[in-house]
Design a binder for this molecule. Structure first.
Ligand code: NDP
Length: 332
């Protein structure tokens, strides 16, 4: 039995783990089997995370966060949660490998999942020209003509990154102005390999085995057209990943988990939520990290209110002092 189990390993999850571990709560992080580190594992340069004046690669940042959490005694399990029972004082977390972990409190920080266009051929051609991850798949499009759909920061980032490989990158956006930040817009506008296709919705993806084009519909005139491309990168935002808690935690109309004011407290005592899963607006790595801090502090406060003998029965920190002292010992 644990004092706290943190579900999710993005900036919110790992920051919650750093705080919980330093509060001697011996947290267990369930980090996912394939997506450990969260969405930042799929990004490239992060230029707006404070403390990294020269920028840092997304995967490097996440590795540092994991190491920092482990340094203070966090245990990280690379598996998926398949079932969560949140009612009652003892929460139950079932993993893909069949293990069941119990905890007095839960920090739910599962982030968000990429949005899909909802087109019939999107799934069929996924991995065959349709992608949600430029850093993962960009390499396959050397000297090709490809398209990115979306008008936010993600779309600009993907398009700019993809010009490293592709000869031409169309950005398809359903409006005539972007949602992306000015800096990201300007970078994309000034890139000679990027061409914007405004007021256009992707209404079809063509190709029998590999993507060979996309159908477009003008969102103003309704006129249809076709663009020959060998890849389509979908960057139209993300939705909170809440399927594990449906029917247990209260959910807002926008899909985020309901929390009490500026706290991380959900409708179930002992269950706290953090990061993209509660944030429909800001969704930055640094705001998620701040949200993880709030959740860890709320969990710590809650655990302090429980009877001592109950908490004493939980896994206790493994030699936290020794872990902290290690760097000095090595230097000596
Ligand atoms: P956003 O929600 O900001 O943007 C989504 C974009 O996709 C919008 O332009 C939207 O159009 C469009 N869109 C949504 N649904 C559809 C659809 N069904 N068909 C066509 N287009 C659609 O998501 P992002 O992933 O871009 O960004 C999420 C957050 O992450 C933001 O806060 C962003 O700032 C941040 N971010 C920051 C980065 C950085 O700073 N380096 C990099 C990447 C993301 P419309 O404008 O018409 O609504």
């Amino acid at each position: 039995m644990r004092q706290v189990i943190i579900i999710g390993s993005g900036p919110a999850g790992y920051t919650a783990a750093i705080y919980a571990a330093r509060a001697n709560l011996a947290p267990l992080v369930i980090a996912s089997s394939v997506e450990a580190g969260g969405e930042l594992m799929k990004t490239t340069e992060i230029e707006n995370y404070p403390g990294f004046a020269a920028g840092i690669q997304g995967p490097d940042l996440m590795l540092e966060m994991q190491k920092q959490a482990e340094r203070f005694g966090t245990e990280v399990v690379l598996d998926d949660v398949t079932d969560l029972q949140l009612d009652g004082q003892m929460k139950k977390v079932t993993l893909g490998n069949g293990d069941v972990h119990e905890a007095l409190s839960i920090v739910f920080a599962t982030g968000s999942a990429y949005r899909k266009l909802g087109l019939p051929d999107e799934e069929r051609l996924s991995g065959y020209g349709v992608s949600w991850c430029a850093t993962c798949d960009g390499f396959f499009f050397r000297k090709k003509t490809i398209a990115v759909v979306g008008g936010g920061d993600s779309a600009m980032e993907e398009a700019t990154f993809l010009t490293k490989f592709a000869d031409k990158v169309y950005v398809i956006h359903r409006k005539d102005e972007l949602r992306a930040s000015k800096a990201m817009q300007e970078r994309a506008f000034s890139d000679p390999k990027i061409e914007f296709v405004w007021n256009s919705a992707v209404t079809g993806i063509t190709g029998s085995e590999l993507v060979d084009g996309i159908d477009l519909t003008d969102t103003v005139t309704g006129a249809t057209s076709h663009l020959d491309v060998s890849g389509l990168f979908i960057a139209i935002g993300a939705d909170p990943r809440t399927h594990l808690v449906h029917g247990q935690l209260d959910i807002n109309p926008d899909g985020t988990v309901v929390v009490d004011g500026r706290s991380s407290r959900t409708n179930i005592t002992g269950v706290f939520a953090a990061g993209d899963v509660i944030d429909p607006t800001y969704r930055q790595a640094v705001t998620a990290a701040g949200s993880g801090t709030v959740a860890a502090l709320d969990a710590e406060h809650y655990l302090a209110s429980l009877p001592r003998e109950l908490v004493a029965g939980a896994v206790q920190p493994a030699r936290v002092e020794e872990v902290e002292e290690k760097p000095n010992e090595e230097a000596a």
